[in-house]
Design a protein around this ligand. Sequence first.
Ligand code: GDP
Length: 195
Amino acid sequence: MKIIKSDLQAMAVSPKQYPYDELPEIAFAGRSNVGKSSFINSMLNRNNLARTSGKPGKTRTINFYIINDEFRFVDLPGYGYAQVSKAEKDKWGKIIEEYLITRKNLKEIVLIVDIRHEPTSQDLIMYQWIRSYGFTGYVIATKVDKISKANWQKNIKIIRNKLDIKDTNLIIPYSASKKINVEYVWDGFTSILGI
Ligand code: GDP
Protein backbone atom coordinates (compact mmCIF):
# COMPACT_ATOMS: atom_id res chain seq x y z
CA MET A 1 0.00 0.00 0.00
CA LYS A 2 1.40 3.38 -0.94
CA ILE A 3 0.65 6.01 1.67
CA ILE A 4 0.89 9.42 0.08
CA LYS A 5 -0.78 11.40 2.83
CA SER A 6 -2.05 10.82 6.38
CA ASP A 7 -3.48 13.46 8.70
CA LEU A 8 -5.47 13.78 11.88
CA GLN A 9 -8.79 15.06 10.54
CA ALA A 10 -10.98 15.21 13.65
CA MET A 11 -11.14 14.38 17.34
CA ALA A 12 -14.65 13.68 18.50
CA VAL A 13 -16.69 12.78 21.54
CA SER A 14 -20.06 12.96 19.80
CA PRO A 15 -21.47 12.27 16.32
CA LYS A 16 -21.81 15.90 15.33
CA GLN A 17 -18.02 16.14 15.51
CA TYR A 18 -17.43 13.21 13.13
CA PRO A 19 -16.33 14.05 9.56
CA TYR A 20 -19.36 14.57 7.30
CA ASP A 21 -18.18 12.96 4.07
CA GLU A 22 -18.79 9.38 3.04
CA LEU A 23 -15.24 7.99 3.06
CA PRO A 24 -15.03 4.40 4.31
CA GLU A 25 -13.51 3.78 7.75
CA ILE A 26 -11.79 0.99 9.65
CA ALA A 27 -11.85 1.48 13.42
CA PHE A 28 -9.49 0.05 16.03
CA ALA A 29 -10.37 -0.91 19.58
CA GLY A 30 -8.18 -2.21 22.37
CA ARG A 31 -6.92 -1.87 25.89
CA SER A 32 -4.79 1.15 26.73
CA ASN A 33 -1.14 0.44 26.14
CA VAL A 34 -1.83 -2.58 23.96
CA GLY A 35 0.03 -0.96 21.07
CA LYS A 36 -2.89 0.54 19.13
CA SER A 37 -1.19 3.87 18.32
CA SER A 38 1.99 2.05 17.34
CA PHE A 39 -0.06 -0.22 15.07
CA ILE A 40 -1.63 2.79 13.32
CA ASN A 41 1.70 4.62 13.01
CA SER A 42 3.49 1.56 11.63
CA MET A 43 0.79 0.90 9.05
CA LEU A 44 1.04 4.52 7.91
CA ASN A 45 4.82 4.75 8.07
CA ARG A 46 4.61 7.57 10.57
CA ASN A 47 6.37 7.92 13.90
CA ASN A 48 4.00 10.09 15.87
CA LEU A 49 0.73 10.57 14.05
CA ALA A 50 -1.31 8.55 16.53
CA ARG A 51 -0.23 9.53 20.00
CA THR A 52 1.51 6.71 21.76
CA SER A 53 0.28 6.63 25.27
CA GLY A 54 1.71 5.27 28.45
CA LYS A 55 -0.26 7.83 30.43
CA PRO A 56 -3.65 7.23 31.95
CA GLY A 57 -6.09 10.09 31.60
CA LYS A 58 -5.09 10.97 28.08
CA THR A 59 -8.04 12.49 26.30
CA ARG A 60 -10.78 10.05 25.58
CA THR A 61 -11.64 11.05 22.06
CA ILE A 62 -12.31 9.20 18.84
CA ASN A 63 -9.54 10.22 16.46
CA PHE A 64 -10.12 10.20 12.72
CA TYR A 65 -7.07 9.87 10.49
CA ILE A 66 -7.62 10.59 6.82
CA ILE A 67 -5.37 8.64 4.46
CA ASN A 68 -4.63 9.49 0.82
CA ASP A 69 -7.87 11.54 0.92
CA GLU A 70 -9.51 8.19 0.27
CA PHE A 71 -10.36 6.44 3.53
CA ARG A 72 -9.91 6.72 7.29
CA PHE A 73 -8.44 4.90 10.24
CA VAL A 74 -10.43 5.56 13.39
CA ASP A 75 -8.72 5.25 16.75
CA LEU A 76 -11.24 4.49 19.48
CA PRO A 77 -10.31 5.43 23.05
CA GLY A 78 -8.37 2.66 24.80
CA TYR A 79 -10.08 0.94 27.71
CA GLY A 80 -9.01 -0.90 30.82
CA TYR A 81 -7.27 1.58 33.07
CA ALA A 82 -7.75 0.38 36.63
CA GLN A 83 -7.47 3.93 37.98
CA VAL A 84 -10.36 5.25 35.93
CA SER A 85 -13.62 6.07 37.77
CA LYS A 86 -16.93 4.37 37.06
CA ALA A 87 -18.25 7.64 35.56
CA GLU A 88 -15.26 7.81 33.19
CA LYS A 89 -15.77 4.19 32.15
CA ASP A 90 -19.44 4.84 31.45
CA LYS A 91 -18.52 7.86 29.36
CA TRP A 92 -15.99 5.78 27.43
CA GLY A 93 -18.61 3.09 26.73
CA LYS A 94 -21.08 5.66 25.52
CA ILE A 95 -18.58 7.35 23.18
CA ILE A 96 -17.67 4.04 21.55
CA GLU A 97 -21.16 2.59 21.38
CA GLU A 98 -22.53 5.76 19.83
CA TYR A 99 -19.90 5.57 17.12
CA LEU A 100 -20.54 1.86 16.46
CA ILE A 101 -24.29 2.30 16.30
CA THR A 102 -24.53 5.48 14.25
CA ARG A 103 -21.59 5.43 11.87
CA LYS A 104 -22.56 4.53 8.31
CA ASN A 105 -18.95 4.91 7.07
CA LEU A 106 -17.71 2.11 9.33
CA LYS A 107 -16.71 -0.94 7.29
CA GLU A 108 -14.90 -2.97 9.93
CA ILE A 109 -13.82 -2.72 13.52
CA VAL A 110 -10.62 -4.49 14.43
CA LEU A 111 -9.61 -5.54 17.94
CA ILE A 112 -5.97 -5.11 18.91
CA VAL A 113 -4.53 -7.45 21.57
CA ASP A 114 -1.04 -8.17 22.89
CA ILE A 115 0.12 -11.63 21.71
CA ARG A 116 1.79 -12.20 25.08
CA HIS A 117 -1.35 -11.95 27.18
CA GLU A 118 -4.66 -13.72 27.42
CA PRO A 119 -7.38 -11.23 26.44
CA THR A 120 -9.13 -9.61 29.43
CA SER A 121 -12.83 -9.79 30.20
CA GLN A 122 -13.12 -6.27 28.76
CA ASP A 123 -11.53 -7.49 25.52
CA LEU A 124 -14.12 -10.24 25.46
CA ILE A 125 -16.97 -7.77 25.97
CA MET A 126 -15.56 -5.55 23.21
CA TYR A 127 -15.17 -8.53 20.89
CA GLN A 128 -18.71 -9.73 21.55
CA TRP A 129 -19.93 -6.20 20.85
CA ILE A 130 -18.04 -6.19 17.54
CA ARG A 131 -19.54 -9.51 16.53
CA SER A 132 -23.03 -8.55 17.65
CA TYR A 133 -22.93 -5.51 15.36
CA GLY A 134 -22.25 -7.85 12.46
CA PHE A 135 -18.56 -7.16 11.88
CA THR A 136 -16.18 -9.95 10.89
CA GLY A 137 -14.10 -9.91 14.06
CA TYR A 138 -10.49 -9.50 12.93
CA VAL A 139 -7.96 -9.49 15.75
CA ILE A 140 -4.47 -8.05 15.44
CA ALA A 141 -2.17 -9.85 17.89
CA THR A 142 0.61 -7.30 18.15
CA LYS A 143 4.08 -7.21 19.75
CA VAL A 144 4.98 -10.62 18.28
CA ASP A 145 8.62 -9.52 18.26
CA LYS A 146 8.54 -9.91 22.04
CA ILE A 147 8.11 -13.70 21.89
CA SER A 148 9.86 -16.37 19.85
CA LYS A 149 8.14 -17.42 16.66
CA ALA A 150 7.85 -20.95 18.02
CA ASN A 151 5.34 -19.61 20.56
CA TRP A 152 3.12 -17.62 18.20
CA GLN A 153 0.65 -20.43 17.53
CA LYS A 154 0.41 -21.40 21.20
CA ASN A 155 -0.44 -17.82 22.17
CA ILE A 156 -2.82 -17.39 19.26
CA LYS A 157 -4.67 -20.45 20.50
CA ILE A 158 -5.06 -18.88 23.95
CA ILE A 159 -6.49 -15.73 22.34
CA ARG A 160 -8.75 -17.82 20.16
CA ASN A 161 -10.12 -19.78 23.09
CA LYS A 162 -10.71 -16.73 25.28
CA LEU A 163 -12.52 -14.80 22.55
CA ASP A 164 -14.30 -17.92 21.26
CA ILE A 165 -13.11 -17.45 17.68
CA LYS A 166 -13.98 -20.21 15.23
CA ASP A 167 -11.59 -19.26 12.43
CA THR A 168 -7.93 -18.90 13.49
CA ASN A 169 -7.19 -16.93 10.33
CA LEU A 170 -9.03 -14.00 11.87
CA ILE A 171 -6.14 -13.59 14.32
CA ILE A 172 -3.19 -11.92 12.64
CA PRO A 173 0.26 -11.84 14.26
CA TYR A 174 1.79 -8.37 13.97
CA SER A 175 4.70 -6.26 15.09
CA ALA A 176 4.84 -2.48 14.86
CA SER A 177 8.51 -2.35 15.88
CA LYS A 178 9.64 -5.00 13.40
CA LYS A 179 6.97 -4.23 10.80
CA ILE A 180 5.80 -7.83 10.65
CA ASN A 181 2.74 -8.46 8.44
CA VAL A 182 2.21 -4.81 7.46
CA GLU A 183 1.56 -5.68 3.81
CA TYR A 184 -0.54 -8.71 4.72
CA VAL A 185 -2.82 -6.52 6.83
CA TRP A 186 -2.99 -3.90 4.08
CA ASP A 187 -4.15 -6.58 1.64
CA GLY A 188 -7.05 -7.33 3.96
CA PHE A 189 -7.82 -3.66 4.58
CA THR A 190 -7.86 -2.67 0.90
CA SER A 191 -10.40 -5.38 0.22
CA ILE A 192 -12.52 -4.32 3.22
CA LEU A 193 -12.40 -0.69 2.08
CA GLY A 194 -13.03 -1.56 -1.56
CA ILE A 195 -10.05 0.50 -2.76
P1 GDP B 1 -1.72 2.33 22.94
O1 GDP B 1 -1.97 2.89 24.30
O2 GDP B 1 -2.55 1.11 22.69
O3 GDP B 1 -1.84 3.33 21.84
O4 GDP B 1 -0.22 1.74 22.94
P2 GDP B 1 1.14 2.33 22.35
O5 GDP B 1 1.13 2.25 20.86
O6 GDP B 1 1.39 3.65 22.98
O7 GDP B 1 2.21 1.22 22.85
C1 GDP B 1 2.40 0.96 24.22
C2 GDP B 1 3.83 0.52 24.42
O8 GDP B 1 4.09 -0.70 23.72
C3 GDP B 1 4.86 1.53 23.89
O9 GDP B 1 5.94 1.55 24.78
C4 GDP B 1 5.27 0.95 22.55
O10 GDP B 1 6.59 1.30 22.17
C5 GDP B 1 5.17 -0.56 22.81
N1 GDP B 1 4.84 -1.29 21.57
C6 GDP B 1 3.78 -1.10 20.77
N2 GDP B 1 3.78 -1.95 19.72
C7 GDP B 1 4.89 -2.71 19.85
C8 GDP B 1 5.47 -3.78 19.07
O11 GDP B 1 4.94 -4.25 18.04
N3 GDP B 1 6.62 -4.33 19.55
C9 GDP B 1 7.24 -3.89 20.69
N4 GDP B 1 8.36 -4.48 21.07
N5 GDP B 1 6.72 -2.89 21.44
C10 GDP B 1 5.57 -2.30 21.03
